[in-house]
Write a protein that binds this ligand. Structure first.
Ligand SMILES: Nc1ncnc2c1ncn2[C@@H]1O[C@H](COP(=O)(O)OP(=O)(O)OP(=O)(O)O)[C@@H](O)[C@H]1O
Ligand SMILES: [Mg+2]
Length: 230
């Protein structure tokens, strides 16, 4: 459905208590992401990117305002519901991959599926399909330590994709990679975007943000839409 909203944030504020003081980090954030968009959130260190990512990812609560994810009011949800929403709606991709080193690629990818109650056969089939698409089928029985950084990140992306999430949420996905592996990963995001996935990518690097179809800047906890140069 065109124009369907995946993220809708209205007047979101978030701060941290420091003793008797309160540090206001996110200041009245209004932010929307529509289905199928590839959005970069670009901002310098300390601007509030991780704080915003934690809220988008349902890993932290807001102080005030409202946040709907795929039409679900997150601001009203209890922790138990949030866990479910995190597992079903969001595919996380982190700078340092977060793969389990003692597991093979296959085991890493199917684990979240098994935890959700899928039988092993179906999970393995799902894994093989995604690995095929990412050109990693030769690597399913390798350990993460036997892969390059770029390959590890692609495995992490495969794991995120297997859950068929409404949103792929990536935090500095190329931060630990050299230029050419970083470019490979960004090309993959472009492909996944073309296939219809909704992607939010957080970065401090303008050259990384340029790969997205849309960039919003976060400066000192406030959000600004970037006008696209045509
Ligand atoms: N748990 C916390 N308790 C107190 N202050 C915090 C906490 N987390 C973040 N902050 C403060 O909030 C502000 C924004 O931090 P945040 O981590 O969101 O920035 P960032 O944009 O992700 O930075 P970086 O690019 O360095 O990761 C900073 O001033 C930081 O010191
Ligand atoms: Mg951060």
């Amino acid at each position: 459905m065109a124009g369907e909203q995946i993220i809708s944030m209205k007047n979101v504020c978030k701060g941290y208590k420091m003793g008797t003081e309160k540090l206001n980090v996110l200041k009245d954030i209004n932010f929307e992401v529509r289905k199928g968009e590839f959005t970069a959130i670009l901002g310098p260190s300390g601007s509030g990117k991780s704080t915003l990512m934690n809220i988008i990812g349902c890993m932290d609560t807001l102080d005030s305002g409202s946040y709907d994810l795929s039409g679900i009011p997150i601001h009203d949800a209890k922790e138990k519901e949030l866990v479910k929403i995190r597992n079903h709606k969001i595919g996380f991709i982190f700078q340092n991959y977060h793969l389990i080193p003692t597991y093979t690629v296959m085991q890493n990818i199917i684990m979240p599926l098994l935890m959700r109650g899928m039988d092993r056969k179906s999970a393995e089939r799902e894994c093989e399909e995604v690995m095929d698409m990412l050109g990693l089928s030769q690597r399913v029985s390798h350990k993460p330590s036997e892969l390059s950084g770029g390959q590890r990140q692609r495995v992490a992306i495969a794991r995120a994709l297997c859950s068929k999430p409404s949103l792929l949420l990536a935090d500095e996905p190329t931060g630990a990679l050299d230029q050419s592996s970083g470019t490979e990963v960004l090309k993959l995001f472009t492909k996944l975007h073309d296939m219809g996935n909704t992607i939010v990518m957080i970065t401090h690097d303008l050259n990384v943000a340029k790969w997205a179809e849309r960039t919003v800047r976060i400066v000192d906890g406030e959000i600004f839409e970037e006008e696209k140069a045509v």
